[in-house]
Each structure stands twice: as structure tokens, then as C-alpha cells.
Ligand binder design. Structure first.
Ligand code: AMP
Length: 219
């Protein structure tokens, strides 16, 4: 049985979803003066929204909740807090997904309390309505069943985390294993075939070998 359901998201889907999200904002008759990307997941959607909404002003805050793919830390923290004066300008704070909602809420509250903005609104490509404690003002897709969305900008990082987690938690691989065995267990855990990750799979394995996490044995 799949332990952590994973869906690979393509670059084309990201463009389509970001464009759809921009239309939702436009249809609402609201226009931000500044777009704030929540680092790191919000960078790409925020940049695409800036293009689709014709917004030139961008800033970023790093609000972080998940330190490893599919494993939540207790609380979100704001890294590198800094202050600017936005002179009452309207702000759209953007992230990729709202899961618990802690990350986007913390970023929104920080901007509201510290940057002297006008109207502050939030947007995300996806909103996991069944678990989120916070609903963004704008979202493109509502997700009902919790899934880890494997976005293209964290493909290598996530893949390494996925493999590390198997090695930590699945004792079937305790005493050495072949790549075929790892592939099989990976499929079982995440419901996706490593082949779907293309060159990232070999890259993840090489990187784990380089950093000493995996040891290669030639037989
Ligand atoms: P949260 O504070 O729980 O709403 O988590 C938000 C951040 O963690 C997002 O910006 C994502 O980068 C990452 N994240 C959380 N849950 C998921 C998920 N189900 N799929 C992909 N990324 C996620």
C-alpha cells in the first residue's frame, strides 16, 4: 500500500495553474502593486503571476514549515526578517501550496504588521482544504485528499528525501539492496515509478553516494 501519495507536477501544469490563478485575481477586480514570493516554494508561481498580472514589484520572505519532503516541522518560522515601507501599496503574498497553512499565514501576518502595506491578500496554486487551517484569498485548485505534490523546482531535493526516508523507515533494505529492490520499494511507498523522474533518479542516487549516505558495492 502507498504510504505517501505523490503526484509529479510538470512545468506545463505550473504555467497553466499560475495563469488560471492570475485570471481568478483579475476577475475579482483586484490588482496588487507588489507581489511577495514566499521562499522557497512561492518563487516560481509568484514570478509567473507577476508576468500574467503585469506587476513589476517583487519581494520575498522566507517562511518555512517543512524541512524535509512530506514531513512537517511543528511550527513555521520566518528566516531573515527585514523591514521595508510599502507606503500603503496593495500586496499579494504567494506560495505554491497551502497545506497546514502555517507558512503562508505567517508570511501574510509579517507583511501586514511590519511593511506598512495597503490591502494584503494571499494566493496559492493549491489549497488542501481537508487539512488547512487557513484559506488563501485566491487559489487555483482545491485538493481534498492529502497528496505530496512534487513540484519541478524541488525534484532532486524531494527525491533524495524520499529515498532517505525509505532507508530510515523500511527495514527490508537494512542489509544491503540492489537498485531494482530500491525501485520496487520506492514504487510501493510513493505510488510513482522512479522512471518518471527521468535523469533526476540517477542524479539523486549519485548525490547520496557522494555524500556518503549510500555506499556502492560492485559484485
Ligand atoms: P504549510 O505551512 O503546511 O502550509 O506548508 C507550506 C509549504 O510546505 C509549501 O510552501 C510547500 O513548499 C511545502 N508543502 C507543504 N505541503 C506540501 C504538499 N502536500 N505538497 C508539496 N509541497 C508541500
Amino acid at each position: 500500500m502507498v504510504k505517501v501519495p505523490v503526484k509529479l507536477v510538470s512545468w506545463d501544469e505550473i504555467v497553466e495553474w499560475s495563469f488560471g490563478l492570475s485570471r481568478i485575481v483579475t476577475r475579482d477586480g483586484w490588482r496588487p502593486d507588489v507581489i511577495v514570493a514566499v521562499a522557497r516554494g512561492g518563487y516560481v508561481p509568484a514570478r509567473l503571476l507577476a508576468d500574467f498580472l503585469d506587476v513589476n514589484n517583487m519581494l520575498s520572505v522566507q517562511s518555512q514549515h517543512w524541512t524535509e519532503a512530506a514531513r512537517a516541522e511543528e511550527r513555521a518560522v520566518l528566516k531573515y526578517p527585514f523591514k521595508v515601507d510599502l507606503n500603503g501599496e496593495n500586496v499579494l503574498v504567494v506560495d505554491d501550496i497551502v497545506d497546514t497553512g502555517e507558512t503562508l499565514k505567517l508570511a501574510r501576518d509579517y507583511v501586514e504588521e511590519n511593511w506598512n502595506p495597503g490591502d494584503v491578500r494571499t494566493a496559492a496554486l493549491q489549497w488542501i482544504s481537508s487539512v488547512a487551517k487557513f484559506e488563501p484569498d485566491y487559489y487555483y485548485l482545491e485538493v481534498k485528499e492529502w497528496t505530496w505534490f512534487q513540484y519541478p523546482w524541488t525534484r532532486l531535493e524531494d527525491l533524495k528525501d524520499f529515498i532517505k526516508r525509505i532507508l530510515r523507515e523500511d527495514d527490508r533494505l537494512n542489509n544491503g539492496f540492489t537498485l531494482e529492490a530500491l525501485t520496487e520499494v520506492f514504487r510501493e511507498w510513493y505510488g510513482v515509478d522512479p522512471g518518471e523522474f527521468g535523469f533526476y533518479w540517477d542524479e539523486a542516487i549519485s548525490s547520496l553516494v557522494e555524500t556518503g549516505y549510500l555506499k556502492k558495492e560492485v559484485s
